[in-house]
Ligand binder design. Structure first.
Ligand code: NPQ
Ligand code: MG
Length: 368
């Protein structure tokens, strides 16, 4: 298979409401789509980096640059290329997982479209629909939060994740439990906002029977998470810290986490994501599929991944409408708290040309 056309397409999509996390407030989602042509078949990849390096070290301009300068030329130089080989060809280049993931996703999409197979079939999906959770941002007040959570529960979401930070943790969790009861599946995500010195404060979440606390400490603080896990009752789940099957295996072995959030972008692609799933299943560690405010393209692939057998917790695989009034593909709409796994070739969805044009801010074609 030969990679011919490659486009780097920047898009900017307004969010239906501001999304505040411990690293800032977003009102729009800017991202990078990678369009490829492989043996005359089109494929799409989505780079989930943000415009600034506040979730992880990656950011969009850097992703576009490393794709343009290094990754696309290396894939072209390899001559014949299959999606299976992309990670190995890019292995000499350190980091830039989200950029690698986007290119591999695009090539995999084209390859699967050419053979009539879906992402779900390729990855090993065992379900035709997946239960969906939703991530709820930090709010200005508790009443505002309760309104938002109530709205999502009415829409059918089966699990609520509250974004937390120092000063916004026990109070919102207590309020949600008091209003909506103990049966709601509830978890929190700190996006690295705490230190080990906050262990006593985090232990105050113990009585609320949370499914997990996601990434309380810094990305590189595996030891700290192992220590914290011994000081609190809430299970520790890692997000930012897990960048490969190797780091997942180490974190599990070191007892730094008992649950893993799998985000294909963060780990260099859907094929590595599947390997992390396999490692976790082998160790009896539950996994769930994270979210990065994907368009319908990334959402389609995430829903396929979340249908693998080890994904035993609901993911952040929300409907398109959680973030966007208009998606660039057919929108994903919740049905009784579930999203259907796409069954068409490749991602099973494609960008709708008019909608794609409307959100596009620049297109760069990389010459062969
Ligand atoms: C997480 N996602 O699990 C992230 C991080 C995150 C759904 O909570 C713009 C683009 C804003 C990407 C905010 C969810 C974002 C973003 C948060 C990713 O840690
Ligand atoms: Mg997270």
């Amino acid at each position: 298979m030969k990679l011919t056309g490659v486009q780097l397409r920047r898009i900017s999509m307004p969010l239906v409401s501001p999304f505040r996390t411990s690293f800032g407030t977003q009102t729009a989602r800017d991202l990078l789509l990678v369009g490829v042509t492989v043996d005359d078949v089109e494929g799409w990849g989505e780079c989930v980096a943000m415009t600034s390096p506040v979730y992880s070290a990656e950011y969009l301009d850097a992703a576009a640059d490393v794709l343009r300068q290094f990754f696309v030329p290396a894939i072209r130089a390899a001559g014949s290329i299959a999606a299976q080989d992309v990670a190995r060809v890019l292995l000499p280049f350190k980091g830039h997982y989200m950029a690698k993931a986007a290119l591999e996703m695009a090539i995999l999409d084209a390859e699967l479209r050419a053979s009539g197979r879906s992402f779900g079939q390729e990855l090993g999906a065992v379900r035709d629909r997946v239960p969906c959770g939703v991530s709820v941002g930090i709010m200005d007040s508790v009443p505002q939060l309760l309104d938002a959570v109530g709205g999502y529960l009415d829409e059918g979401y089966v699990r609520i994740k509250l974004k937390i930070e120092p000063g916004w943790d026990t109070e919102p969790v207590r309020a949600v439990r008091e209003r909506f009861g103990d049966d709601v599946l509830l978890q929190v995500d700190a996006n690295t906002a705490y230190t080990l010195g906050d262990a006593r404060q985090l232990a105050r979440l113990d009585p609320f029977d949370l499914l997990l606390i996601e990434q309380p400490l810094e990305e590189d603080d595996i030891l700290g998470h192992a220590q914290l896990a011994r000081l609190i009752r809430t299970p520790v789940c890692l997000d930012e810290s897990i960048t490969s099957a190797r780091t997942a295996a180490a974190a599990i072995r070191l007892e730094a986490c008992s649950i893993v959030n799998i985000k294909p972008g963060r780990v260099g692609g859907y094929l590595e994501a599947r390997r992390i799933h396999d490692v976790c299943v082998a160790h009896g560690v539950p996994v769930w599929c994270g979210g990065m405010l994907e368009t319908g393209l990334g959402r389609a692939a995430n829903v396929a991944l979340a249908a693998l057998p080890g994904f035993t917790l609901p993911g952040d695989t929300s409907g398109s409408g959680r973030y966007y009034a208009t998606d660039i593909t057919e929108p994903f709409v919740l049905d009784g708290g579930y999203l259907d796994v796409p069954t068409g070739p490749g991602l099973g969805v494609t960008p709708i040309p008019d909608l794609l044009e409307e959100v596009t801010t620049s297109v760069e074609w990389l010459a062969g």
